[in-house]
Design a protein around this ligand. Structure first.
Ligand code: SF4
Length: 349
């Protein structure tokens, strides 16, 4: 049986439906790769791998809409827990932040391989472009990812296929080499032209890079690994690292102070198991202290929290300190705004 609804060159006889799983980040290149292969007669299913640093719910809604627009079915697989292991112990190390991009890409391909096998598909499509990211998408890195993911020749990068060794879809005659492309480098011109040739419009804009690359977030991850142990930094801990100002008060205690009402609300959700400090009579931030804080740590956290409350400079502020059902009040003198210890304690900025 031939793939229905697709025009193919006369030399290639599919004989049976050929199926592929296309890794779909939501960015233009991944849509183009998937649509191109689909137009060549392959039954393509898009796969979006969700993890802690991928698109949020709003981003996933855009990804669903994009899949609908190009008429391809979409599977979203939540791999958050498995992905943590990649961040904790990357074989190939980190980039300029705490971003294990090489391992992360290999991980995505491994998930795609698993889905390929579940769906009875023959190969995986990826929108990677040779040389687009000089550090992780050079020739050797692409071949290494194919190899280490276990996909080998079952991994097709149609946008750069003619610059790379032949893959199974070509050697098996499911696709013709001349229908595939030889795009390389960082310029987006060829992709923009291809988008208009394929009628791919209104695609989601690429996300601004994951927080693991950001200096401040990377500093918080390093601090957490050093003080809590990398195996103990779980999904919740990684989420909390995104919220508020973080201060390392001592080897055993860290304070997290909300920067606005929205963050105070989010911190509420993380209060269980942590000490909670709040001003009583004035508006001010929610503060959480985690670890095993000493009395000195708690008083320091209260003076620091008082510095961010609405008050006259230097006025003492009544604060509650609550932990596991026990609550007490203290009068905290806000730490001076220009106290150099604030910058020393601050993790990231
Ligand atoms: S930027 Fe983040 S999500 Fe993207 S490959 Fe690197 S670590 Fe993974």
């Amino acid at each position: 049986m031939k793939n229905p609804g697709h025009e193919r060159g006369p030399e290639v006889d599919l004989g049976a439906v050929v199926k592929a799983i296309a890794a779909f980040s939501g960015g233009l290149d991944s849509i183009l790769a998937a649509v191109l292969v689909s137009r060549l007669g392959v039954d393509v299913t898009l796969l979006h791998v969700q993890h802690l640093f991928s698109a949020n719910e709003e981003g996933r809604a855009r990804i669903r809409a994009a899949a609908e627009r190009v008429g391809l079915s979409l599977r979203i697989v939540d791999a958050s827990a498995e992905h943590l292991e990649v961040i904790r112990n990357p074989k190939h190390g980190y980039g300029r932040g705490m971003n294990p991009c090489v391992d992360c890409r290999i991980f995505m391909l491994k998930i795609a391989k698993r889905v390929m096998e579940e769906e009875g598909a023959q190969f995986v499509v990826s929108g990677e472009v040779l040389g687009q990211r000089p550090k992780s998408q050079h020739h050797r890195a692409l071949l290494q990812a194919a190899d280490e993911s276990g996909l080998g020749a079952r991994l097709l990068r149609p946008l750069s296929a003619n610059l790379l060794p032949d893959t199974l879809p070509v050697t098996e005659g499911w696709l013709r080499r001349e229908d595939l492309l030889a795009i390389q480098g960082r310029s987006r011109e060829r992709q923009m032209a291809l988008a208009s040739e394929l009628g791919v419009v209104d695609y989601p804009q690429p996300a601004g890079g994951c927080v693991l690359i950001e200096k401040a977030y990377a500093a918080r991850v390093r601090d957490a690994f050093a003080h809590v142990g990398r195996e103990n930094v779980d999904v919740e801990a990684f989420r909390l690292l995104k919220v508020g100002r973080h201060f390392r008060l001592s080897e055993r205690a860290k304070a997290i102070i909300g920067r606005n009402e929205g963050e105070n609300g989010i911190l509420e959700g993380f209060a269980a198991g942590r000490t909670r400090i709040e001003p009583v009579d004035v508006m001010g931030p929610m503060t959480l202290v985690e670890g095993e804080p000493s009395e000195e740590d708690l008083l320091l956290a209260a003076t620091l929290a008082a510095r961010y409350a609405d008050h006259g400079d230097g006025d003492k502020i009544r604060m509650t300190i609550a932990h596991e059902g026990e609550e007490r009040s203290i009068d905290a003198e806000p730490i001076a705004r220009d106290d150099p210890r604030i910058a020393e304690w601050r993790i990231g900025n």
